[in-house]
Design a protein around this ligand. Structure first.
Ligand SMILES: Cc1cc2nc3c(=O)[nH]c(=O)nc-3n(C[C@H](O)[C@H](O)[C@H](O)COP(=O)(O)O)c2cc1C
Length: 381
């Protein structure tokens, strides 16, 4: 659609929240990372989050299975054209040689950092003993890490959960193995594989990991607002934070966290004009990246997240869901944005029509997580 406002609206002055985290030759500043999320963190979303203040965005996992390398989905997931560096690609699998080969392949495709997935609980991944299932086999973890580190000239990072289940939390042990194998940063999601996405993330284990190793540690799990981000940093002593679901429909969360950590003050949420520009540009990008047929479908879930909790948002959501062409979808958004801006202009001073501050957009959205968990094929490919 016609972007309603110039792209400069998307480039706020993002202050550096803390000293940059260093991973090999890369300064990650601010030290805020977009979580890899299959089906969500495609190139359009990663690029948007980077423009909105994230220091690094890890791409959706790609299987190390060479038989899946040339599928359309794999090609899309490894498309980094125009993306700001450092480009981080995540690989998943259980065979050290396959993973080493996948790492080389991704570097050939532009990856400047390789992340290994040992955190995914999806059934399909675990059935082949990949993802978080690997945490039960520490010798295999070591073989995989050694093989991948030796295979590529770029830094290799690792993403884990705190363990297989609460009785066998071994994140500290895995972290030591990782450090010994040359892993250059470690992300810990504060849940076990058995927890899936249930209950609250716990940060004590992440603090133990941070105390046990010298490589940078990135804390992950349930960070949905600036105050929560500061609390997780204080609780864990981590070098950086990774945010996933909290950024659904709220990519500006990264600049809000960065600003809050740097100044102690909360940024206001985007006004109607900026909200419209962000969402329009995101949809344009999705449509251009996937083409008409898939693009209108991918756009639906993002629009659902954007309007979640907004007065009248269900109207746009329904229109966007019904639209089957780019033109229809874009026209629906544009018309809604005009109304949103008019509503804001007629509102009392300072009232924002768009996004209420500090709203965790997925809290009442368990369906989004449940739905994605119920579609392991989407998670894994
Ligand atoms: C839809 C979805 C897809 C995910 N896909 C991946 C993935 O491809 N690789 C991975 O390591 N973790 C994946 N995760 C886990 C996230 O990276 C993150 O660890 C988890 O959501 C906890 O962080 P959060 O509370 O900030 O969302 C996924 C999570 C969700 C909700």
């Amino acid at each position: 659609m016609t972007v309603l406002h110039p792209a400069t609206h998307l480039l706020p002055n993002v202050p550096s929240s803390r000293d940059a985290m260093r991973i090999g030759p890369h300064d990650i500043s601010p030290s805020l990372v977009v979580a890899p999320m299959a089906g969500v963190t495609d190139r359009p979303f990663r690029s948007l989050c980077r423009r909105m203040g994230a220091g690094l965005a890890v791409s959706e996992m790609v299987s190390a299975d060479p038989r899946l390398r040339d599928t359309a989905k794999s090609r899309q997931r490894t498309d980094h054209s125009g993306e700001a560096g450092p480009i981080a690609a995540q690989i998943a699998g259980a065979d050290p040689r396959w993973l080493a080969d996948a790492a080389r392949h991704n570097v050939d495709l532009g990856a400047q950092l390789i992340d290994i997935n040992m955190g995914c609980p999806a059934k399909k991944v675990c059935n082949v003993a990949a993802g978080s299932a690997l945490l039960r086999d520490e010798p295999l973890v070591a073989r995989i890490l050694e093989a991948v580190v030796a295979a590529v000239p770029v830094p290799v990072t690792l993403k884990i959960r705190t363990g297989w289940d609460r009785a066998t939390r071994n994140a500290v042990q895995v972290a030591r193995i990782a450090e010994g194998c040359g892993i250059q940063a470690l992300t810990v999601h504060g849940r076990t594989r058995a927890d899936a996405f249930e209950g609250a993330a716990e940060y004590d284990t992440i603090a133990e990991v941070k105390a046990a190793v010298r490589i940078p540690v990135i804390a992950n799990g349930d960070i949905v607002d600036p105050e929560g981000a500061r609390a997780v940093l204080q609780a864990t002593g981590a070098d950086a934070l990774m945010v996933g679901r909290g950024a659904f429909g709220r990519p500006w969360l990264f600049r809000e966290i960065a600003h809050f950590l740097a100044t102690g003050e909360r940024l206001p949420p985007p006004d109607a004009r900026e909200w419209s520009a962000i969402v329009a540009a995101h949809l344009d990008d999705i449509h251009a990246f996937y083409g008409e047929h898939s693009g209108v479908r991918f756009a639906r879930k993002h629009v659902g997240w954007y309007v979640h909790g907004m007065p009248g948002g269900e109207v746009l959501r329904a229109q966007v869901n019904q639209a089957s062409t780019i033109a229809e979808q874009s026209a629906a958004l544009q018309a809604w944005c005009v109304l949103l801006m008019a509503r804001e202009q007629s509102a009392p001073d300072g009232a924002r029509a768009a996004v209420p501050a500090g709203r965790p957009s997925y809290n009442n959205h368990r369906t989004s997580t449940a739905r994605d968990r119920a579609r392991p094929e989407e998670m894994h490919r």
